[in-house]
Ligand binder design. Sequence first.
Ligand code: PLP
Length: 373
Amino acid sequence: MTPTLSHSIPFFDYPSLFTSDEEEILSIVRDVGRRGAFILQQDLARFEQNLARYLDARHALGVANATDGLHIALRAAGIGRGDEVIFSSHTMVATAAAIHFAGAIPVPVECGPDHLIDAASAGEAITSRTRAILPTQLNGRTADMDALGALAAKHGLVIVEDAAQALGSRYKGRAAGTFGAAAAISFFPAKVLGCLGDGGAVIANNDDIHDRMLQLRDHGRRSDGEIVSWGLNSRLDNLQAAILDSRLARYPAVVERRRTVARLYRKGLEALEEVTLPPGPDGDAYHFDIYQNYEIEAERRDELKAHLGTFGIGTLVQWGGKAVHQWDSLGFTQRLPYTEKLFKRLLLLPLNMSLSDSDIEQICGAIRAFYRK
Ligand SMILES: Cc1ncc(COP(=O)(O)O)c(C=O)c1O
């Protein structure tokens, strides 16, 4: 039987990011506005402290977005002109752009079956010019940081993490963003912790790297006003920080709900041979995943997407359907067969706080109906 849906299910419901806590947001706007507290004020400092505490990190700093954050993190970690930086091609172009704008050379490598950087492929890409590995903690999951840490130690490389999608994700109990010299997190509205516009943070445990990031986000300016290097204007707005701080208090419950949705998807889809699901939330004692995305691999992906669309179910092919090295305009020459094959099969199913259990059942029912046809 073909399922019929009582209502459409958009991939993402942007207005709900405001309407779900509208009164609280308006009262924060009034409070911050009446204090005239817009740039580098106490609400930002409080959020930074709470964020660092949540991650068990020594320092967190609000920045304008994670793309700037990665650029700042790389420069603060000493990466610059001519250095090669290895990253997984299954990431946003922002990861490679940050490497490029830090003056370094982005070197794309394969991802593995969990869609995160493949340590063996990273190892094969190391040359005498390699200075850093930049794993993307993709879809809310942390990479195998033991393997990457061993590789980095063996070759004397720095690790900088792209934790844009992974706030609160853990590997062996340790939070994404705290494994390397520095990391960046994104608060883009659709992120699990999203603000009402662009926003991000950088993380570090080392005091010197933190000091450099503090200067780099504010025109290269030291606390005594001296300009000590070229810097960016990349400060997280105090108003956004105040909103994020109120949301951070509720964040663990949000993560739990997303893990529940992942369980429901698994229950509804695991019998299908045509679909490969992301690792389940209860499958592995090493990983705690926050499910920024629910990225499946699907046979006849484009047909499935169109089929779901006819039921009003929104889905998304991440990054416009191309891995970073497949954008000819950027001049990459690498061939990455595993990643290229994978990119014909990837599909994001809806995963957001507006979804009910019955929505997930309906999505799973529509997918099962497609493969039964
Ligand atoms: C993996 C990854 N890296 C980097 C970014 C860039 O983050 P932002 O939009 O905050 O600059 C994103 C954002 O969506 C992302 O998903």
